[in-house]
Design a protein around this ligand. Sequence first.
Ligand code: SF4
Ligand code: SF4
Length: 154
Amino acid sequence: MSDKGVLATDKRGIRELGAEKKVGWDEVPQGVVLNSFEEMLDPKHGAASLKPEERTYSDFNSFTATVASWRVIKPVYNRDICIDCQNCWVWCPDTSIISRDKQMIGIDYDHCKGCGVCVEVCPTNPKSLLMFGESMDGDEALAGWPEKKKKEKK
Ligand code: SF4
Ligand code: SF4
């Protein structure tokens, strides 16, 4: 059973979707099925075969509601140092690293929670991702990027 009258209660998401009259998660009837996509999940012709920006999301998909307001620190990406190893893409717990054809493109700031996992797993020297305060300007962060660390002689 699908119930189109149900939507997440994230205020920003509700405003964006014009869904103020819909009910919140705590009002969802037991056993209700909330479809994530308008397309069928057919691997050849449905949402699974499409890139995220090409899918038609249903009102119930968390992609349609931003959680940016939860974040106090954010990752900034430095393209000049990145080696496209995809570590950040693999480890991000919120699928917020955007990668196409095995190339890191950037960060989905609508869904990134600012956990810093991507920075921890980035192997370059210096790192190609670093955490900054939420209000930090991206260009300013890049301008002050650290230099390569030299190995200490033993
Ligand atoms: S800070 Fe966390 S949520 Fe944001 S992109 Fe990095 S790993 Fe993903
Ligand atoms: S982990 Fe670092 S080097 Fe690897 S793709 Fe991500 S930003 Fe680039």
